[in-house]
Design a protein around this ligand. Structure first.
Ligand code: NZQ
Ligand code: ZN
Length: 390
């Protein structure tokens, strides 16, 4: 296991009615709040009322940025910064899924930067200072509630890029699983696929001494496999929603990646290009690409990892031939996503052949010459995975 520093500073308030702590938590950091939310689901399902009630009861003043879109746009970040400056905001409170939280993170960083916030995303300028953030999560998927990363889309340049800074990590996050009862089936399934993909990105590494991280990853994968279908069948099953919500945070708060060495991701960079060119649901793109990525990279050197995955996660008979186990594990992965109701091909979500080459080139360029480190992918590799997924 390699050296690492573990520091996960987000205070998590998990469970029913945890919204009641919101006022006391916000007041630790500020008194003039920018409430950030998406297209209105929080208003339809009573979460907006609960949040604003607690803020008012605690005498916290707030202003609003509504309409953060899935795959949040830099234009919305700009709008948020403007509102925040106009009202001397000192705390940012996103209420929603990963898109809302990500948008809030870049508003918080852009608040102190005099130029265009896109400069921060493309690393033309450095993040120097960030307003404090606290999140109320309504969708189990991205892990943004407990990490320092944000992913922002620029429609003018066809780019969807991730940016991270230690000060962008939420000071606290409120995780009430009942808030996710209303997440539609498609988004629930996409969320499960996203959580699993974060786990795969960490799990498929070559650090053989990181036993504990690998077993934790397998436990989280099994959690998704057990509870994903239950949440779809019974959207208000508390146990299923609670387990998925906590798995979302644990999959991408660093826990699985510490000590596994420098490990650049593989499937996310390919999916981010799909998201940049076509406005698709993040987890759906990941679910379509993942089995094809697995089939494409499987070789004699990494076979052992697929065998571990097949035996420990899917319970495949370890007495079978290694190649058979690996093949079966990949097939089971694809079947699982299909059973969740996720489309299996790019064509089904409106992606044809025309931009595949452009997207493959962009993925490799954004990766600095290749994609991923588990088995580095060239332009030809990425293109061939895209084509297989058509
Ligand atoms: O906008 P509203 O009306 O709120 O509706 C949302 C949206 O349409 C709806 N929704 C959320 N909570 C709901 C609900 N509907 C009913 N009841 C609820 N309780 O769900 C839709 C999708 O929301 P969104 O926030 O876009 O989903 P998700 O959490 O999957 O976030 C996806 C974004 O996060 C980025 C993705 O690239 C994508 O842009 N990611 C962020 C990461 C990070 N910060 O660490 C890592 C991830 O790999 C990912 O890239
Ligand atoms: Zn993701």
């Amino acid at each position: 296991m390699q050296n690492f520093v573990c520091h996960i500073p987000t205070r998590i308030f998990f469970g029913k009615n945890q919204i009641e702590v919101l006022g006391q938590e916000v007041k630790k950091y500020g008194s003039r709040v920018l409430l950030v939310y998406g297209g209105g689901s929080i208003k339809r399902h009573g979460i907006y009322d609960a949040v604003t009630r607690v803020l008012k009861e605690n005498g916290v003043e707030f202003w609003e940025l509504a309409g953060v879109e899935p795959n949040p746009r830099i234009s919305t970040v700009r709008r948020g910064i403007q509102i925040a400056r106009e009202h001397n905001i000192d705390f940012i409170l996103p209420v929603g899924g990963g898109s809302t939280i990500d948008c809030a993170k870049v508003i918080a960083a852009g608040f102190f930067y005099n130029g265009d916030p896109w400069d921060l995303v493309v690393r033309k300028a450095k993040i120097e200072k960030v307003l404090p953030i606290g999140a109320v999560l309504t969708l189990a998927a991205t892990g943004s509630e407990m990490n320092s990363v944000a992913v922002i889309t620029n429609k003018e340049t066809n780019e969807k890029l991730g940016i991270g800074h230690p000060d962008m990590v939420p000071k606290f996050s409120i995780l009430d699983p009942t808030y996710t009862f209303t997440v539609p089936a498609y988004q629930t399934a996409a969320g499960v696929a996203d959580i699993m993909s974060h786990i795969f990105e960490a799990y498929f590494n070559h650090e053989k001494g990181a036993f504990v991280q690998a077993r934790l990853a397998e436990a989280l994968l099994k959690t998704c496999i057990k509870y994903g279908p239950i949440a779809l069948e019974r959207p208000d099953d508390y146990e299923a929603r609670a387990n998925l919500m906590w798995a979302s945070s644990l999959a991408l708060n660093g826990l699985l990646q510490f000590g596994t060495g420098p490990n650049k991701w593989s499937v996310h960079p390919m999916q981010h290009e799909l998201g940049a060119y076509y406005d698709i649901t993040h987890g759906v793109g990941l679910a379509i690409l993942t089995p094809h990525w697995m089939r494409h990279i499987l070789d004699d050197d990494n076979l052992y990892k697929f065998v571990q995955y097949g035996v420990n996660v899917w319970g495949i008979d370890p007495g079978k031939a290694p190649h058979e186990i690996a093949g079966e594990a990949i097939d089971r992965t694809a079947e699982f996503f299909k059973a969740l109701g996720i489309p299996a091909t790019l064509r089904e979500i409106g992606i044809g052949e025309d931009k595949l080459e452009e997207m493959a080139r962009a993925a490799v360029e954004h990766g600095g010459g290749s994609v991923g480190t588990f088995k580095p992918l060239s332009y030809e590799d990425v293109l061939s995975i895209y084509k297989a997924a058509l």
